[in-house]
Design a protein around this ligand. Structure first.
Ligand code: 13P
Length: 234
């Protein structure tokens, strides 16, 4: 299982360090063979003394250069970071990244051998248009992405489930993940209002290889509890 925490625009350099100390100590005592990832804000990227993959929430497709406000490969290499979120719905819908921007970014970091957590997910109006429209929408978000790339992990995160407390039923998650698995033979995460109360049921689903957690990852006890839920599948 992969259990990933996306802090978004939360936490500071100091609070991230304190969090990583607690999480690192928890993981070193427990016997999980899961992959734990944390995506702190760019200002808190660093090296941590823990068995945790640190990834960046975003980066620009450049080594360095004149791109005010962005970070590139050089800033990630300083901390040996080679894991990146691409295509998150907040970058698509709030920050206006187009599929073309995303493909360009994907190809750049793929060429650098990065592990890429590639996010897809439909807004509510697509959801309400039925399952054909839904799958068509998700397929468009996979357009131009090398689905055979061995550093690829896909995260299915319905936009309407992000930060809302709403989640699809486990039957729906299973249905969509199964359909996606026909196209993508890579690990497939679910994201969107994952919390301690629903993590076990979601991770018990055969086509769910892990979760990408936003809000609930900010509380270390909740994130630890979600990690403990990985035991649900034998
Ligand atoms: P929430 O867990 O807050 O719904 O966020 C999910 C998400 O966007 C993770 O990338």
């Amino acid at each position: 299982m992969i259990v990933a925490a996306n802090f978004k625009t939360n936490m500071t350099r100091q609070s991230t360090r304190e969090y990583m100390d607690v999480l690192g100590a928890f993981l070193s005592k427990a016997q999980y063979d899961d992959t734990i990832m944390v995506f702190p804000p760019a200002t808190a990227l660093d090296r941590f003394d823990a068995d945790i993959v640190i990834g960046a929430q975003n980066a620009y497709a450049t080594r360095n250069g004149a791109y005010t406000g962005e970070i590139g490969l050089e800033q990630l290499e300083e901390f040996d970071i080679n894991t990146l979120l691409i295509g998150h719905s907040e970058r698509r819908h709030v920050l206006g990244e187009t599929q073309e921007d995303i493909i360009h970014k994907f190809n750049f970091f793929k060429a650098q051998g990065f592990k890429i957590i590639y996010c897809i997910g439909e807004p509510i109006e697509i959801r309400e248009s039925g399952s054909d429209a839904l799958m068509e929408y998700l397929e468009c978000q996979l357009d131009g992405i090398d689905l055979g790339y061995d550093g690829l992990i896909v995260a299915y995160e319905p936009v309407w489930a992000i930060g809302t407390g709403l989640t699809p039923s486990t039957d729906d998650v299973l249905l969509i993940h199964n359909a996606l698995k026909k196209m993508i033979q890579r690990p497939l995460l679910y994201g969107g209002s994952v919390k301690p109360e629903n993590a076990k049921a979601i991770m018990a689903l055969s086509s769910v290889d892990g979760v990408l957690v936003g809000g609930a990852s900010l509380k270390i006890d909740d994130f630890k509890s979600i990690i403990q839920s990985t035991d649900s599948r034998i």
